[in-house]
Design a binder for this molecule. Sequence first.
Ligand SMILES: Nc1ncnc2c1ncn2[C@@H]1O[C@H](COP(=O)(O)OP(=O)(O)OP(=O)(O)O)[C@@H](O)[C@H]1O
Ligand SMILES: Nc1nc2c(c(=O)[nH]1)N=C(CO)CN2
Length: 274
Amino acid sequence: MDKICIRRLEVYAHHGVYEEEKRLGQKFYITVEMELDTRAAGISDDLQASVNYGEVCLGIVEWTKSHRRKLIEAAAEDIAHYLLVQYPMVRKVTVELEKPGAPVPYAFDTVLVHIERSRHQAFLGIGSNLGDRQMNLAAAIRLLEAVPDIQVTKRSPLYETAPYGYTDQPPFLNGCIGIETLYTPEELLRVLHEIEHKLGRKREIHWGPRTLDLDILFYDDLILDTPDLHIPHADMANREFVLQPLSDIAGDFRHPVINETVNALLAALKKQSN
Ligand SMILES: Nc1ncnc2c1ncn2[C@@H]1O[C@H](COP(=O)(O)OP(=O)(O)OP(=O)(O)O)[C@@H](O)[C@H]1O
Ligand SMILES: Nc1nc2c(c(=O)[nH]1)N=C(CO)CN2
């Protein structure tokens, strides 16, 4: 990825834990690196095809002056978030916030926090087999679309599927959606649980009937194995009700553990079940 960088933008602002810092203010330096593809702007020589660094400086200065955070961590987090929300072309930002006059009674050059934040691509499985299934799935997508740091970018068709695992239950309606998000996997899972809860999901039988099930299938090419979260979803390669709709929107996406595309996994599963 290409980068547009702004080094040590000077801003007088009032972030700090101590009353004196809040009252008097002090100098901050802000360095940002924005990763984006500058090829189109490079070829066309057109500012519309890129990010205007002057406007970025103005936005950062205005934000930094008009807000107050106790911690430089919090100020840097907000600046990174502001840049990713404001400039969809920017895939990743690095923000370094320096406070050279920090109230420390020793000689030092500067203190700083350095963070990297990025936009993530994730694929979710959605399913329902209780109540008005189509309405449940449509409502789930609407709720997801209303979450500020999630954009729904792709939707598969919905498929009627026989219950897998625990088979003594009604048929499911299943689909997959693609999203872009600024959330971490854990934050995303929390959002999904809230939406499941809002739509009346009760956790009773493992693999049992549900008004709504939302699973994280892929999150970039992340491999994560914690007690609460397995990414890629642990059983997805065995589930046609996942792979079929996923192949409609992400057939070429490669499973980072199995190292096969979704299309290849689906073909293998179909062959195996014939
Ligand atoms: N990739 C993932 N997506 C969603 N939940 C996950 C994932 N990996 C682990 N989990 C954990 O699984 C727990 C149970 O989720 P849920 O009740 O939806 O399971 P289930 O739908 O019955 O089974 P399955 O996840 O195999 O479809 C969640 O609380 C969550 O902590
Ligand atoms: N067809 C189908 N079967 C399932 C489903 C599902 O979404 N579709 N979800 C389950 C647990 O998540 C268990 N079995």
